[in-house]
Structure formats: structure tokens, C-alpha cells
Design a protein around this ligand. Structure first.
Ligand code: AHR
Length: 666
């Protein structure tokens, strides 16, 4: 192998390796966003989702979800409990998100809005307890160990917020919260929250620390959010509307999640977005982990695999029978969005992120606690959309954004399949329109990734760049619940990525998808990071991504094989970059064969070579190997140093391995 150190190529974009976040598989509520109470405000169509009356609410004479004199117009439903006689069972249990993960010695802020009605209710008893025996029935009272307990008193006839910190005496992966009335009478309850004190950067509405740490450890170049198909929604009513996700957390109106469907482990769909993790928090997260924020916005189309509803374009009849349905989801504005609505949302978002305090939307960011701009440089218009309907909307959208914000980089969409005719036509037109970046998605078998390593070799170096915005090797088939995050998938992605790196003058962003999955609540496999209520782990795919994103380099270096064989021939894949900041040459090598493989790397024209390099090796003899919660490091990188005695570096690649060599030299 030859690396032409003396013929450096184009710079590598700082955004090269990043993250794709979508609220799928309980990635937000029940995952990264650590609120433990499910449906805290009773605002869903199914108002009592996640709540159960103790012993079937037998101790209550009535309970109802009321909207009489609510806390606010945005939050206009609450739970009203009435007990004719006092009883320790007069109350409700919240089940959490497949239970609540509670840690011994940790502090949790419990808060609630209460209003006393007729009768003599003197307080609210709050108990955090283990779920108890499975099969005992979630309604059973007191079946588990008590982890923490408190009493809230001083109730009044007006809505008032109460807040208290609970310290847990034990650890439980599946706890639940029990609220019972003290005395007889009526009590109104709303915005019930149990939030860990230990959040990323100790923020009040902060994120789950272990999951953010896994992201930060990757040194990601960007964070794409909030999806994925949830940007589009199954229909336009259920589209993602960023403006409904900012401001006071208690007033954010929840929405059914586009991925609300039967789970492998549960037959009743129960997935919604609380928006506690909203656009402000996404920007903040991007800043925390050092990633460029890349919000993806709805182009005026619902998911083309579902309803394919279209927002009307001025002067066009394209809305037709696919125009948005007249009836809106619960509590969501009964709007009839036109393309203008979507364009305005995008312009307002840019103002929210970057505008001064004197601007309407900039002022909202400042009011939320971020006086400095978020320095937004990229926005995506549409997710995974294609065909004339997309282009008809994309073009005026893009022009309006450019007219107001000429330096904004626009990420355009190219549909789900990288090889179809529609895809080619859309890409051609987007290039003609001088789109900055096209977002390509590939979910395919592992062999596709190895066979397509040269995908961008002949792509033009000028004009539109590529964002490999969603990709993952599928061990069984796309959409199969049996896909595994196997080493075979991960090593095949590593092989493919040598092709991205060799074409870093054309590909400027890449992200694996989806990012997160809860082990008890997922709809999609494979996923990069898995977690339960207390633990989390990176898959072999995570480590592949991390090895690229923590070794991105700054400048491309040409790399060839002495026998002129193509990259990937004989199952050997390679790429090289220089890190001008550290003065190192970084070589990435994938050996997709069951035998060890000695290689000699000729560092042509290299100067100032050090005496030792660092090798990071990810390997397994078993292509089916996976990581799990109990064996999180089954396939994990190992570091070692190796000798560098001349510009001809020799190294033996392990069987079925991905190796990153860092060699001091320029
Ligand atoms: O990553 C899961 C889904 O795959 C995304 O929501 C969508 O963009 C793609 O089809």
C-alpha cells in the first residue's frame, strides 16, 4: 500500500462524521430525555395513558380527566380524584417508560400542580416503589419495596406548584410512582414530574448523562435532528412543528409519535412525543457535544410511504385529494398549512437560532437562557422525499431561505433508495439547482456496503456535496425485527466508510441511523446505542463510527495498492488522511477475511517520522458477535503501540478487523 503523504488532497470537512437523532425506539421520552413520568399532563387523546387507578381505582368514588379551569389553555386537562372516604388506596400509579430507572442514593425532583376541591383532603402522599413481582398486576398497591416517600401538604383551592426532592434508598430498573390522597374529598392533579437531579451539565430540564457521554465520546461533527420520518409525520396534522417544542416545558403539547405502533415487547401502542426535549434542547445538546446543529424541516409533505399529504403550493393544483385532512389532532392548532407556512417556519427557526435579542424569535431563545446565537449553518429541507412533488416544494423553499440567509447551507433530500430512477432524476435536478448537499440514505445488506465502497469514486468533485445521512447494514432485511448489530454489519460499514473518506472532497457528512433504542421499546433494528432504564452500551457499529469520528484527520491523502487493485479487492479496504493539527498520518484498514494479513504501508515523501505509532483495533473472529447490556465490550476497540522504523511501515492486520493506525509524521 502506498500513501502519498507528499501529495495532500482536499481538506476534510469538520462535519464529516456526525450523528443522526430521531425520536424512534424511545430515543427521546424514555431515553435521552429522563423525565420518568409518562404522560405527565394528561393531554393525550388517551388522557390516562401510563396511569392506573390503584386496585382499579376502587377506593375512589369518581375520577375523571377534567378541563374545568385548567392551569393554562395549552395545558387544559388534568386528573380530578374524589374519594368519599379516606383510604390508603385512593390514588393513581404512573408506570413510567417500561418502568422507571431509579438509582440508590440519587436525588429526584418530584413536582406537581395541585388544587384542592370540596372535602377535607389534607395532602398528597408520594411513593416511589419497585414494581414488584411481574404478573402481580400493575394495579396492585404496595407490592414492591418503597424506595422513597414524601407528603405534600399546604393544599389550597387554587392551582399551585409543589416541588420536593426524593432520595432513593435502593436501585430499581423498574420502579413506579404512586400518588394517594390523604383524607376524603376532591383533589385536582396536573403536570406530575419526577426528574433526576443528575442530568448532563446538571440542568433542570437536562438529559440522561450516560447517553450524552456516549455521544460526546464520539467527537461528532454534527447532530442532525429531530429525524427521520417524524419530521414528516404520517399526515400533515402530525408533522413535527418545532415552534410547539420551545418555551415553558409544562406548556408543550404532546403529540402522538409517528412510530407509535405495536412494539415487539408490547402489543398496545403507547408512544408519543412530550417535546420536553425540544428544539432549544437539541441546539443546546449540539453545543454541549461540540457538534454543528443540523435541523431537518418538513418541506410541506407528509411521509410518502403513508398518507403523502401535500401542502398546497401557490398557483399549483398539486394539493388535490392529498391536501391535509380538515380535522386536527387533539389540542393542535387547526391549521391548513400551505407551503408558505413551512417556509415561514424555516425562516423563523433560523431567527430563533441566530437572531439578536431584538428579533421576535431570537428573543425567545434569549428568554430561554441562551443570549448568544447557536450559530446555525445548515438546515435540511425535507426528509427522505422524492419526485416532482418534492422538487416543486423544495425549489421555492430553498430560494426563500437563500434570499434571506444567503450563507445558509441547505441539505436537500433524495428519497429512500440510492439506486432508483426517481432518485437519479431528483439528484440531477438538485445538482442543477446548485443544492449544497444531498442527503442520501442506504439501508442494505452488509455485502452491499462492501461492494459499494467505490460509490463516490466518479462523483463530481465540484458542485453539490453528499451527506450520507442515514445508513446501516441490515443483517436480515430492512425493517426486519431480527436484524442484529453484528460484527459483520459493523465491519462492512467500516469498509464502506473507507470509500467515504477517500472521497471526502465530495462527501462532507455521514451518520449511522437510527442512533438509539430502548431494549424494551423499539420498532426498528439495528440501532447504534442500546439502553434500558439504567444502563447503556455501544454496539460494534458504534465503535466503528467512533473510530472514524475520533480520527477524522484534516486533509485527504491519496492511497493506492502496489498491484493497482481497487479498494476492497481481496477484502482489503483502506483510506488515509493527515492530521495537520497533531502532525500525524492516519491510516484506516479493514481486513474482511478470516486470516491475519501482513501489510506494508509506504509513506511516500513522509518527513519527521516518529519511532512509534498507535494502533486501535476492533476485531472479532465471529462475524455474528454482538454487544449486549451484560457484555457491552464483547466487540470493542483495543489500543496498542507499534514500531515505526522507516517510511515502509509493516503491520499485521488481525482476521476480520478494522484498524486505525496513527503515525507521527508529515
Ligand atoms: O432511521 C429510520 C427511518 O429510516 C427514518 O425515520 C427514515 O428517514 C428512514 O426511512
Amino acid at each position: 500500500l502506498t500513501v502519498q503523504v507528499n501529495k495532500p488532497g482536499a481538506p476534510i470537512a469538520k462535519t464529516m462524521y456526525g450523528l443522526f437523532f430521531e425520536d424512534i425506539n424511545f430515543a427521546a421520552d424514555g431515553g435521552l430525555y429522563p423525565e420518568l413520568v409518562k404522560n405527565k399532563s394528561f393531554e393525550l387523546d388517551e388522557h390516562l395513558l401510563g396511569w392506573r387507578g390503584i386496585r382499579g381505582a376502587a377506593a375512589l368514588s369518581t375520577y375523571t380527566v377534567s378541563s374545568q379551569q385548567p392551569i393554562s389553555n395549552a395545558n387544559n386537562h388534568f386528573l380530578r380524584m374524589t374519594a368519599a372516604t379516606a383510604s390508603p388506596d385512593a390514588g393513581f400509579i404512573n408506570e413510567g417508560f417500561r418502568g422507571m430507572g431509579i438509582k440508590q442514593g440519587a436525588d429526584y425532583t418530584f413536582s406537581v400542580y395541585l388544587r384542592r376541591g370540596p372535602g377535607s383532603v389534607s395532602g398528597l402522599n408520594v411513593t416511589l416503589e419497585e414494581e414488584g413481582q411481574r404478573g402481580a398486576g400493575p394495579e396492585a398497591a404496595g407490592s414492591g419495596n418503597v424506595l422513597a416517600q414524601t407528603r405534600i401538604t399546604g393544599l389550597t383551592g387554587e392551582w399551585k406548584k409543589y416541588s420536593v426532592v426524593l432520595k432513593s434508598t435502593g436501585t430499581a430498573p423498574r420502579a413506579r410512582l404512586k400518588l394517594t390522597m390523604e383524607g376524603a374529598g376532591t383533589l385536582d392533579v396536573d403536570v406530575v414530574s419526577l426528574f433526576p437531579k443528575d442530568t448532563w451539565n446538571k440542568r433542570e430540564n437536562g438529559l440522561r448523562t450516560d447517553l450524552v457521554q456516549l455521544l460526546k465520546d464520539m467527537n461528532p461533527g454534527f447532530l442532525r435532528f429531530p429525524g427521520g420520518c417524524i419530521v414528516e409525520g404520517r399526515n400533515l396534522t402530525e408533522r413535527y412543528q418545532w415552534k410547539e417544542t420551545i418555551g415553558d416545558v409544562a406548556s408543550r403539547v404532546p403529540l402522538v409519535n409517528r412510530w407509535n405502533m405495536e412494539f415487539k415487547h408490547r402489543s398496545t401502542p403507547d408512544y408519543y412525543q412530550s417535546f420536553g426535549l425540544g428544539f432549544y434542547e437539541y441546539f443546546q445538546l449540539s453545543e454541549d457535544i461540540g457538534a454543528e446543529p443540523v435541523p431537518i424541516l418538513n418541506v410541506g409533505m407528509a411521509c410518502q410511504f403513508n398518507s403523502a399529504e401535500l401542502a398546497p403550493v401557490a398557483g399549483s393544483t398539486a394539493g388535490g385529494p392529498n391536501a391535509p385532512a380538515a380535522s386536527r389532532g387533539h389540542n393542535h392548532a387547526d391549521d391548513d398549512p400551505t407551503l408558505e407556512t413551512f417556509i415561514q417556519d424555516a425562516l423563523d427557526l433560523i431567527e430563533f437560532a441566530n437572531g439578536p435579542a431584538s428579533s421576535t424569535w431570537g428573543a425567545k431563545r434569549v428568554a430561554m437562557g441562551h443570549p448568544t446565537p447557536f450559530n446555525l449553518k445548515y438546515i435540511g429541507i425535507g426528509n427522505e422525499q422524492w419526485g416532482p412533488q418534492y422538487l416543486e416544494r423544495y425549489e421555492p423553499f430553498m430560494k426563500a431561505v437563500k434570499a434571506k440567509y444567503p450563507t445558509m447551507n441547505i441539505v436537500s433530500s433524495a428519497g429512500p433508495s440510492p439506486d432508483g430512477e426517481l432518485f437519479d432524476a431528483a439528484s440531477k435536478r438538485l445538482r442543477e439547482l446548485k443544492a449544497e448537499v444531498i442527503d442520501e440514505h442506504y439501508y442494505a445488506k452488509p455485502e452491499w456496503f462492501r461492494q459499494n465502497v467505490g460509490r463516490y469514486d466518479n462523483y463530481p468533485t465540484t458542485g453539490t456535496k453528499i451527506f450520507a445521512g442515514e445508513y446501516a447494514a441490515q443483517s436480515v432485511a430492512i425493517g426486519s425485527p431480527d436484524n442484529k448489530n453484528s460484527w459483520d454489519c459493523a465491519i462492512s460499514e467500516a469498509a464502506f466508510m473507507t470509500g467515504l473518506e477517500r472521497n471526502a472532497d465530495k462527501v462532507i457528512m455521514a451518520s449511522y441511523a437510527p442512533l438509539f433504542a430502548h431494549v424494551d421499546a423499539w420498532q426498528w433494528t439495528p440501532d447504534m446505542i442500546w439502553f434500558d432504564n439504567l444502563r447503556s452500551y455501544g454496539t460494534p457499529n458504534y465503535y466503528v463510527q467512533k473510530m472514524y469520528s475520533t480520527n477524522p484527520g484534516t486533509t485527504m491523502l491519496p492511497m493506492q495498492r502496489a498491484d493497482n487493485a481497487k479498494n476492497g479487492q481481496d477484502n482489503l479496504f483502506s483510506s488515509a488522511v493527515a492530521d495537520d493539527k497533531t502532525g500525524e498520518i492516519i491510516v484506516k484498514l479493514v481486513n474482511y477475511s478470516p486470516e491475519a494479513r501482513p501489510v506494508t504501508i509506504n509513506l511516500q515523501g513522509a518527513k519527521k517520522l516518529g519511532k512509534a505509532g498507535k494502533a486501535t483495533v476492533l476485531a472479532s473472529n465471529d462475524l455474528n458477535a454482538v454487544n449486549t447490556l451484560d457484555q457491552p465490550l464483547n466487540v470493542a476497540p483495543k489500543d496498542a503501540s507499534f514500531k515505526v522504523s522507516s517510511a515502509n511501515v509493516t503491520y499485521t492486520l488481525a482476521p476480520h478487523s478494522f484498524t486505525v493506525l496513527r503515525i507521527p509524521g508529515k
